[in-house]
Design a protein around this ligand. Structure first.
Ligand SMILES: Nc1ncnc2c1ncn2[C@@H]1O[C@H](COP(=O)(O)OP(=O)(O)OP(=O)(O)O)[C@@H](O)[C@H]1O
Length: 256
């Protein structure tokens, strides 16, 4: 029996994904240590969501292997999935359920006791300030509310690993502060968190490890201080990834 504390939370080995002729993930190697708060950063379209989708067994890679605490996400799918809570961009939700019904549905699918589902659902809805909206249908939720109910479904079964795509995007500052506290508490309690973000300050504030992905490859990965190597994460990101800042004179037509 494997222990969730000895193997890395995630190990990706030689992962490849193409869409049509487009190589989107190019032999990614990544190790997320158990117990870490891990930030994944990279430009738009770098392959973060695609990599995370393969890491949690939602998207089959063309080549390579994804393991969660040493369990292959395809060969040992049900045991691996018990350990993970997932919030990924673009995942469909049952739109015609209310927030509370969605949590009930998720908990029962996970095989949880109905009373425990109700107890945890009530607590999550309250702490994420969704209690007044719990009777509204998910299709009526705002973008930020969808993030929060998605996070609640990811947390409900008390996983060992949370994999979250931009969990703070579109969330109001008070809810963002609550989510940060929940995630920090989760890591202090022995859990592992991997999240993608475009906000370098948030990654620097929360994470102890970070990986930079560009054009489907990991260009830097490790403890935050090592990756930053004396610079701010933003400076390091720009130097690793490149990019073009408009020069004086370009887009001159925008100024009257
Ligand atoms: N199902 C799909 N079919 C075709 N192309 C796809 C599909 N999913 C993603 N892509 C393409 O793969 C590339 C990587 O997308 P991905 O969503 O993984 O990037 P990302 O790093 O998460 O970007 P962002 O930061 O903008 O969310 C993009 O060019 C995207 O258009």
């Amino acid at each position: 029996m494997r222990s969730p504390t000895t193997d890395p939370a995630i190990r990706l080995t030689g992962l490849v994904k193409t869409f049509g002729r487009r190589l989107v993930v190019d032999r990614i190697e990544l190790e997320v240590p158990s117990g870490s708060f891990f930030g994944l950063v990279g430009p738009n379209g770098a392959g973060k969501t695609t990599s995370l989708s393969m890491a949690v067994g939602l998207l089959r890679p063309d080549a390579g292997r994804a393991e969660i605490f040493g369990l292959d996400v395809w060969d040992d799918a049900s045991r691996a999935k018990e350990l993970i809570g997932v919030l990924l961009d673009g995942l469909a939700m049952p739109e015609r359920l209310t927030g509370r019904e969605l949590l009930r549905f998720t908990g029962l699918l996970r095989g949880m006791e109905p009373e425990e589902v109700e107890r945890r659902a009530g607590e999550l809805l309250e702490i994420l300030e969704l209690d007044t909206a719990e009777r509204a249908l998910v299709m009526e939720y705002s973008t930020g509310m969808r993030k929060k109910i998605g996070l609640a479904t990811a947390l409900l079964h008390a996983p060992k690993l949370l994999v979250l795509d931009e969990p703070l995007e579109a969330v109001d500052p008070i809810s963002a502060a609550t989510i940060k506290v929940i995630l920090q508490r989760f890591v202090r309690g022995g859990g592992s968190v991997v999240f993608s973000s475009h906000v370098m300050a948030v990654v620097e504030q929360l994470c102890d490890h970070v990986a930079v992905i560009a054009s489907g490859r990991v260009v830097a990965s490790g403890p935050l201080q090592d990756v930053r190597s004396g610079q701010s994460l933003e400076e390091r990101f720009v130097s690793l990834v490149g990019g073009q800042i408009p020069e004086v004179g370009e887009l001159a037509w925008l100024s009257s």
